[in-house]
Write a protein that binds this ligand. Structure first.
Ligand SMILES: Nc1ncnc2c1ncn2[C@@H]1O[C@H](COP(=O)(O)OP(=O)(O)O)[C@@H](O)[C@H]1O
Ligand SMILES: [Mg+2]
Length: 413
């Protein structure tokens, strides 16, 4: 890494920011680079850093980097945001063009592209002279699209060409497993990282330590989640409770709108979901997903997001004091219904409806993808879901079940 700094001349020393545990990632010039493993491993940060390093070290060369994720709102919330933040941290000149969704960083051009519809695919097909491609959360896209990206990487001028994919090893049914780990097509370099490979400065933070403890606890609930997200090994996300699709919110429709919320603070994020209802069909949109919010700060954030006293929002009835605090701020917060077996009953009710995730609600999608029934020590399914990654999903249940389920499922508590 030292060479980079020498080449930088006037630029600041970015070395301390680069993850020293990801040397192999930074140094690889393989045509295909597969970066996978556990959650919070610093994968996305280091890939973004690697691309920015190319902008610095090959500053005399016009370079094109294609940044891809299945849907654009998710791309914007993740790869695009990380690249922008890191470029700013490194004090690089970085200019984002929000009409074209490209960014210039010296002679490097980043092109941000989703792969979700015909228009996206034809855009991809028309790209030429691409030097680098980063496909974030590659399990979301199709193998055909990967092949197309490979074909786009031709005729560039950079020192080397590379396509980088990153993902969590969610299941062997995914094309990424079949291609890179079973059939071993091509000469892909594979790097596996877990949270322990994250930047040492990050690992020193109490947040990281708490997150590690929390991930460890999933072993008890669901060894499979533990395997995928903590150990970064191939698991199987079987028995998912919700199989919702991700769609744009249909326009020109009038909806009934209400909200669901879940309190959180240090490790658990506070979560607020906007729920659009049309008859028996629901669309879920993530509004707040943030740690460190006091109830006052949560209330303010809700108001900033346009929630008023006219919008009913349901929270866990076990937190009357917090609910009252929001009401005192002029919000229409209400306790959810709870009764015997209400979690199961609420989930069953929601499962009987047609439900969609609104495009861009990455965290709802992520939570739903790991939401499975808990098991006892003999492996028998229990009546409750695993208590992990369920903040927005609890908010959805408080909202829909309380607002819409008129069925009687036991006594109120
Ligand atoms: N180079 C770094 N320096 C400091 N913190 C980092 C670095 N890389 C990652 N992190 C921290 O780790 C978190 C998770 O990193 P991320 O790249 O999103 O992980 P992954 O993509 O593996 O899930 C980030 O939000 C950030 O707080
Ligand atoms: Mg990531």
């Amino acid at each position: 890494m030292k060479a980079i700094i020498l080449a930088l001349g006037l630029l600041m020393n970015i070395n301390p920011y680069l993850n020293p545990n990801h040397q192999a990632l930074f140094q690889s010039t393989d045509e295909e680079l597969v970066v996978y493993g556990g959650t919070d491993a610093g994968k996305s940060f280091s890939i973004a850093d690697k691309l920015l390093i190319q902008a610095i070290t090959q500053s005399q060369t016009k370079i094109k980097a294609l940044i891809i994720r299945k849907t654009f709102p998710s791309l914007r919330n993740t790869a695009l945001e990380i690249l922008t933040e890191r470029a700013e941290l490194f004090q690089l000149t970085y200019k984002l063009n929000k009409s074209e969704w490209t960014a210039k960083c010296g002679n490097m051009k980043f092109i941000f592209l989703s792969l979700n519809n015909k228009e996206d695919f034809s855009k991809l097909k028309s790209m030429t002279g691409v030097d680098y491609v980063w496909i974030n959360e590659a399990t979301e896209i199709r193998e055909d699209d990967y092949e197309e990206c490979l074909r786009r990487m031709r005729g560039g001028k950079a020192a080397f060409n590379q396509i980088i994919v990153d993902f969590n090893p969610i299941g062997r049914t995914s094309w990424v497993y079949k291609r890179f780990f079973d059939r071993n097509i091509g000469t892909a370099r594979k790097l596996r990282y877990t949270i322990f490979d994250n930047h040492p400065d990050y690992l020193k933070t109490p947040e990281a330590q708490r997150f590690i403890e929390r991930l460890k606890r999933t072993k008890k609930y669901d060894p499979n989640l533990f395997k995928i997200y903590f150990e970064g090994k191939w698991g199987e996300l079987e028995g998912r409770i919700y199989g919702w699709d991700v769609v744009p919110l249909p326009k020109g429709t009038s909806y009934e709108i209400f909200y669901g919320g879940d309190f959180g603070y240090s490790i658990d994020p506070a979560a607020v979901v906007k729920i659009y209802r049309k008859a028996d069909e629901f669309w879920l949109q993530e509004v707040i997903y943030k740690t460190g919010l006091t109830n006052q700060a949560l209330g303010k954030e809700m108001k900033d997001k346009g929630i008023t006293e006219n919008n009913v929002i349901y929270f866990d009835s076990a937190e009357p004091k917090s609910i009252q605090e929001l009401c005192n701020m002029g919000l229409n917060a209400k306790p959810c219904r709870k009764g015997a077996d209400s979690v199961r009953a609420g989930i069953d009710f929601i499962k009987s409806k047609k439900v969609h995730i609104v495009d861009g609600s990455t965290n709802i999608d992520r939570e739903a993808s790991s939401y499975v029934w808990d098991k006892d020590k003999d492996g028998n399914a229990l009546n409750t879901p695993v208590d992990f990654n369920n903040h927005l999903l609890d908010a959805v249940r408080y909202g829909i079940d309380t607002h819409c389920n008129k069925g009687d499922f036991g006594f109120e508590v």
